[in-house]
Ligand binder design. Structure first.
Ligand SMILES: [Zn+2]
Length: 274
């Protein structure tokens, strides 16, 4: 499932179309990704407009067009964006539910399982309300440590891992990033938020930002493989060992409140309230 860095990577995939005019819009009007918008309006209003700019925020995407058109996107579980050349004979495939044919490229939104979402609104120069109401991004100055201290205190009975997946506070953090954050902090993912001191919550705030910054650099910029010193490269396969120098514990994968979670039982000991 795409998290903040993957979403940023996909945003840039459409960059070759910037400045170009939409010649034609191909879409599957019955596709579930259009459940919150009018595909007919989108098709009618985007034709003839220019692709001006793009933005990502956590797991959300926003594309700006001339004429006041704002195309929003969420990739759900299996959504992705790509660009195709229109010079050769590009025909949209089965799961290409939205294709914007521009002058030299086609911008494609693909989503086999259709948990993703497309929104379209025509407004002025200002982004749509849903976008303006998104919570502060984890790398912005308004994502303060005070906010995290207060939030962890309010959710005392919630495991840290579950807390990190709350998009209203940690937009863009998903399953692998949450596991990476817990692992780097040496915290058991099931540790309850209520056991965090103010200093711990500050460490959490710092680590969320550190992992986000590094993920954006490595994955968000060209989708490079993360280094082997991250938990990331070891969490997917069976019988893998903890990559922390000097640890070598066997990684565990188990369900935690409905999400597959990976951790090292040696260097991430469970900590319970005193
Ligand atoms: Zn370990």
């Amino acid at each position: 499932m795409p998290e903040l860095a993957e979403v940023e990577y996909f945003r840039k995939e459409w960059n070759p179309g910037l400045g170009q005019t939409v010649r034609r819009v191909h879409l599957h009007p019955q596709a579930r990704i259009f459940r919150e918008t009018s595909p007919v309006l989108l098709q009618r209003r985007l034709k003839g407009e220019r692709f001006l700019d793009s933005f990502s925020h956590g797991k959300n995407l926003l594309f700006q067009f001339s004429g006041g058109g704002w195309l929003g996107g969420h990739l759900g579980m299996t959504g992705s964006l790509r660009v195709e050349s229109v010079g050769d004979s590009f025909d949209p495939e089965k799961h290409d539910h939205l294709v914007l044919f521009l002058e030299s490229v086609a911008l494609v939104f693909t989503d086999p399982r259709m948990f993703g979402r497309i929104r379209f609104e025509v407004s002025s120069d200002s982004p749509p309300d849903w976008w303006l109401q998104l919570p502060p991004g984890v790398l912005t100055t308004v994502f303060t440590k005070e906010r995290i201290v207060e939030f962890t205190g309010r959710r005392a009975r919630t495991p840290i891992k579950t807390l990190l997946l709350d998009q209203s506070v940690f937009p863009g953090i998903g399953n692998w990033m949450a596991d990476e954050i817990c692992w780097r902090l040496h915290w058991h993912p099931a540790r309850l938020s209520g056991t965090l001191s103010e200093a711990d919550a500050t460490e959490l705030w710092k680590m969320v930002r550190q992992v986000s910054r590094q993920a954006l650099k490595v994955i968000g910029d060209g989708w490079n493989d993360p280094p082997d010193s991250w938990l990331f490269n070891h969490r997917w396969e069976k019988d893998h060992q903890c990559p922390r120098p000097g640890c070598g514990g066997d990684l565990v994968r188990a369900d935690l409140r409905g999400r597959t979670t990976c951790w090292c039982p040696v260097c991430q000991q469970e900590q319970r309230p005193a």
